[in-house]
Each structure stands twice: as structure tokens, then as C-alpha cells.
Design a protein. Structure first.
Length: 256
């Protein structure tokens, strides 16, 4: 009876192994088929980006001018600073800068220590005031800057040339960047023997504006450039005193 039981158990074990082998073979055959079906249902895509630069002549300049004074007496340092700043503001107004184009910044007062003498008693005080300006008459910029130094201004920073028509130029750069991305997609798909389909997604990934151009800028992608609004251009393709308004877009197209 025990031998009969072992025979039944052996037959059951062999049957189970054959069943598991069959299930494993079916899974092996089904998984690639499912993967191929999933891949066949996926839409073929191509991802490209485009960059555009619009060059324009600036019509305004932003800058910050400041007065920094130092004196052993705090009241004297403050008085000297206030007098210099008052002369600077009067000069700025005489150059036609409107009140709405001036912004007074906060005052800074710092004690100056000589740590070899004392770490608690200051040897002098530093007082700093500054004003941010928007100058729309660019032909007066050099004269104003020179005159400001003559009345006691001793710090000039954050000089930035900009265009008052920034929105218009950014829209144009964005339009050209999108065209550059489409042209790149057409070129790539044509070389591969397929056709570009409709756009599936578009994202603006970068851009810059309002800075003085300081050299040629190489782009490792499709780039469109709008005609310059200035009359004189240098050998590098950018006129002196121009600013560059740029835009970059990433687009995903379907492949037909």
C-alpha cells in the first residue's frame, strides 16, 4: 500500500511539473506579443528645440547711483551723505528724469572697527544711500554720469540697456523660435524618409533680454534671427549698442 501511495505521488509530481512548464511556455510566448502590441500602439514622436534672437537698439537705460561716506562721527557721515545725495538728485532732475523714473533705496549705516584696538568701539561709520534711475534720453547718459561724479556720487552699478517695446520683441523672438523648431523637425524627418505630424506639446524653456550684447553667441540648434533695427552693424553681425532679445522653445511633433 505504501508503494502504491508513492507511485500516485510520483505521478502527481510529474503532472504538476508538466503543467508548470506549459504555463511558463505560454507566458514566454505571450509577453513578447503583448510588448510588441503595446509598442505598436505608441505614437511615434520627434522632440526638437528652436532658439531665436531679435536684435534691437535700446531706448532706455537703467542704473543705480550711490553715495558712500565715512567719518569718525556718525552725524557727520550722515550729513555729508545727505548733502551729496541731494545734489545728485537735483542734477538728475535737471537732466529731465521724471520722479516716476527714480526710486530711492534704503539707507545703510555700518560701524567700522579696528580689531587691533577694540572690537566694541568703532573707529568710524559708513553711510550709504543709492537711487535707481530709468533714463530715456540716452544722448544725455554720458553727460549725466560725468556730472554725477562731480557732485559727490562715488558708486555707479547695475547699468542695463533695455527696450521699452520689450513685449513686442519677445513675441517676435518666440514666433521665430517656434518656426526654427518646426524647420528643424521638417529637416530631420525628411532625411529619415518620414513626415512631420501635428505638434503634441510645446514649452518655452528659456530666453533673455535687456542686456548689452558683448560678442558672438553660438547656438547648437536651429536659430532664426530677425532683421536688425539699427543701421550700422559690425563684422560680427551685431551693431554696437544693440541688445539681443532671445527665446527658446521645446516642441514635440508626431511622426506620420
Amino acid at each position: 500500500m505504501f508503494a502504491h501511495f508513492k507511485l500516485i505521488r510520483l505521478r502527481f509530481t510529474m503532472h504538476t511539473h508538466r503543467l508548470l512548464a506549459a504555463v511558463s511556455l505560454m507566458a514566454t510566448l505571450w509577453l513578447p506579443s503583448a510588448a510588441f502590441a503595446q509598442m505598436a500602439g505608441m505614437q511615434r514622436q520627434i522632440s526638437v528645440n528652436g532658439t531665436a534672437a531679435v536684435r534691437v537698439a535700446p531706448d532706455e537705460v537703467l542704473l543705480t547711483v550711490g553715495v558712500d561716506t565715512r567719518h569718525a562721527d556718525l552725524q557727520e557721515a550722515t550729513r555729508d551723505n545727505s548733502e551729496r545725495m541731494a545734489r545728485a538728485l537735483a542734477l538728475i532732475r535737471r537732466h529731465g528724469v521724471a520722479e516716476k523714473d527714480m526710486q530711492l533705496n534704503h539707507i545703510q549705516v555700518e560701524p567700522d572697527y579696528n580689531h587691533e584696538r577694540s572690537r566694541t568701539v568703532p573707529v568710524a561709520y559708513r553711510v550709504h544711500k543709492s537711487v535707481s534711475l530709468r533714463l530715456t534720453q540716452l544722448n544725455q547718459f554720458d553727460t549725466l554720469l560725468t556730472s554725477l561724479y562731480s557732485v559727490g556720487v562715488n558708486q555707479v552699478s547695475d547699468i542695463e540697456y533695455r527696450s521699452s517695446q520689450l513685449r513686442k520683441h519677445r513675441d517676435k523672438a518666440r514666433e521665430l523660435a517656434t518656426q526654427a523648431a518646426r524647420d528643424k523637425a521638417d529637416q530631420l524627418t525628411t532625411q529619415l524618409g518620414v513626415k512631420r505630424g501635428q505638434a503634441l506639446s510645446i514649452h518655452e524653456s528659456g530666453g533673455s533680454w535687456g542686456r548689452m550684447f558683448q560678442g558672438n553667441r553660438n547656438q547648437q540648434n536651429a536659430m532664426q534671427q530677425a532683421p536688425s533695427t539699427a543701421q550700422n552693424e559690425d563684422d560680427g553681425g551685431f551693431a554696437a549698442g544693440q541688445i539681443s532679445v532671445t527665446a527658446t522653445v521645446d516642441v514635440v511633433f508626431a511622426i506620420e
